[in-house]
Design a protein around this ligand. Structure first.
Ligand SMILES: Nc1ncnc2c1ncn2[C@@H]1O[C@H](COP(=O)(O)OP(=O)(O)O)[C@@H](O)[C@H]1O
Length: 281
């Protein structure tokens, strides 16, 4: 896969890539996801979608990226998961990574690109094509490198007010046995001064997972606040990077999954048939 070899080369050369030039354009057009999605038909010899999900910690990137990856039959690649797998493997990087992650900081561009290259390589060996990236790029430099190695079709920017983000991170639970994600928080923020309120019901575990729930060590209040601060400092510019290239689709979450999923599909122009199939799944 060309993307892989170019990304691997970028990973090797990263330290020398001190000033990758990028053109700041003032395009404010919104991409047309319908065109993007339907142009991917493999029968026409086109490749699968190459999408990116941006958004603050706790916004639900993983939830929606994972649902869309099933719908579009492309892998969902979350760099946070790659980091956690590396941590769990107790490999040479793991103690260095755990310190960084547990302080809410970003790991280096070089490490993250190496982990992503390895993941793409393994996927290529399994015959994967296309991707939905979640949590990458998170710095301007990562975005510039990605732009150099491949064409990203669409970038979905999920948005939610900060009060809800903190509550969602603190309410996040994972089944230690099957890895499924749940959320025990009930979010009920009243609208005021023209700002809309938002209600999100908890995503409760079934009895089979209820006794096995754990929290991520970086989902504590001080660490979440630091991750939000770092997102604003390091990742907001990535939104502008894609906005200026006409690739950014802004999506304000209207509520929990039942309200947001159909609206997201609508915003992406994925047709009724697919919506009904996925709602039934
Ligand atoms: N693209 C990236 N660049 C640097 N660090 C990353 C990247 N993706 C993940 N990480 C590291 O992994 C941690 C967990 O990532 P993730 O699960 O995506 O968290 P979040 O809930 O904050 O979006 C991050 O706080 C960061 O330390």
């Amino acid at each position: 896969m060309a993307v892989l070899s170019r990304l691997t080369t970028s990973a090797r050369q990263l330290s020398s890539l001190s000033s990758l030039a990028y053109i700041t354009r003032t395009l404010t057009t919104t991409p047309n996801p319908k065109t993007l999605y339907f142009s991917q038909d493999s029968k026409d010899g086109e490749r699968n979608v190459q999408w990116v999900f941006l958004g603050c910690p706790g916004v639900g990137k993983g939830t929606y990226a994972s649902r869309l990856s099933t719908l579009l039959s492309v892998p969902h690649i979350a760099t946070g998961d790659l980091v956690r797998e590396e941590l769990a493997s107790s490999g040479p990087l793991s103690s260095q990574l755990s310190e960084i992650v547990n302080q809410g900081k970003l790991v280096s561009d070089e490490i993250i690109i190496n982990l992503l290259s390895k993941r793409l390589e393994a996927g290529e060996a399994r015959g994967e094509s296309g991707f939905i990236l979640d949590g990458f790029p998170r710095t301007l430099r990562q975005a510039e490198i990605l732009e150099e190695v491949t064409d990203i079709d669409l970038v979905v920017n999920l948005k939610l007010q900060e009060e809800a983000l903190l509550a969602k991170c603190l309410g996040r639970r994972i089944c230690s046995e099957c890895g499924a994600n749940y959320n025990v928080a009930t979010i009920d923020i009243k609208g005021e001064n023209g700002k809309p309120g938002i209600y999100m019901a908890p995503l409760s575990p079934p009895p089979s997972c209820a006794q096995k729930l754990i929290s991520r060590p970086d989902d504590t209040e001080p660490v979440v606040k630091e991750r939000l601060r770092i997102y604003n400092e390091m990742s907001r510019p990535v939104e502008e990077f894609y906005r200026s290239r006409g690739k950014l689709l802004e999506f304000d979450l209207p509520g929990g999954i039942p309200e947001s999923w159909p609206k997201l599909l609508q915003a992406l122009n994925l047709d009724d048939h697919e919506v009904k199939q996925s709602a039934a799944a």
